[in-house]
Ligand binder design. Structure first.
Ligand code: HEC
Length: 121
């Protein structure tokens, strides 16, 4: 009897742990989706489209389509926070260059922008 109960409670614990794991990964997925949506808002509010195009919308001089597949998250972030350094590294001669004013955006907005850019694959 005692052994049976123990087996049952181990099973129950396992089931509960698995269920909790699923709930956690679902929540993480949901968070990603909202970060991407927030990033899209920040992109529009900061008028990145004055110089960049996504899906044909904005300035065709610097398309960002597929940038999430070409650049790692760290480099996407670096373009936002250290554009002069990245312009030199990429040997970009395009004018006007990427402005040096986004580093002071709230950290959560920069994270959201990076999530959005990463989603462009
Ligand atoms: C005044 C114009 C201008 C604005 C505004 C601007 N950028 Fe840029 N950005 C550039 C230029 C020029 C480059 C270099 C592109 C090249 O040489 O191919 C660049 C490069 C980038 C890159 C790297 C692209 C690649 O193909 O390697 C990313 C990512 C980027 N910008 C994101 C942004 C985001 C996000 C914003 C808004 C917060 C923004 N930019 C606003 C001009 C601008």
């Amino acid at each position: 009897m005692l052994i049976r109960l123990t087996t049952k409670s181990i099973l129950l614990t396992t089931v509960l742990t698995l269920a909790a794991g699923t709930a956690t990964s679902l929540a993480a997925g949901g968070q990603d989706a909202s970060a991407v949506a927030r990033g899209q808002e920040v992109y529009a509010a900061q008028k990145c489209q004055i110089c960049h195009a996504i899906a044909g919308k904005g300035s065709k001089a610097n398309p960002l389509d597929g940038v999430g597949a070409r650049l790692a998250a760290a480099d996407l972030r670096r373009w936002i926070t250290h554009p002069a350094e990245m312009t030199a590294k990429a040997q970009s001669t395009k004018k006007p260059p990427m402005p040096n004013k986004y580093a002071t955006l709230p950290a959560a907005d920069i994270d959201a922008l990076v999530a959005y850019l990463q989603s462009l694959k």
